[in-house]
Design a protein around this ligand. Sequence first.
Ligand code: SME
Length: 153
Amino acid sequence: MNKAARYAEVGQEIAAVIDGECHMIARMATVSNILHHAFDYYFWTGFYLVDPGKAGELVIGPYQGTLGCLRIPFGKGVCGTAAAERRTVIVEDVHAFPGHIACDARSQSEIVAPVFDPQGGLIAVFDVDSAEKGMFNAEDAAGLEAILKASFS
Ligand code: SME
């Protein structure tokens, strides 16, 4: 099965599980869990939340995988760049990305997508790392953006 078809299938599964659940953390925990187990190249999968109590910082949210860093300033690393620029960032080789934050040295490539509320406000970023280089492309971006939009916007 190709990536686009798999994302569509996983998106349906997520929608079915979170249907009727309005708590954001419950929805995020479900999204990270189902996606993490659906793709074998996902090594770390989860959310960094915009922290209303600390301007300009992201704080760790629901995730799957090895221990993640607790806080990331806006503009720092891949997550901070995606948050500051409100766009999806794909990195083929994290070691070549200026300011990359290495929470786990095994991470080699990464995709980070912004998460918006229904009013268009940034509430989080969704970060997926792979232990192999060059694992993410435009199909991952489109698939993740569609799932995040359906789940939070
Ligand atoms: N690599 C990320 C940090 C988060 S972790 O990998 C879980 C970054 O540079 O934004």
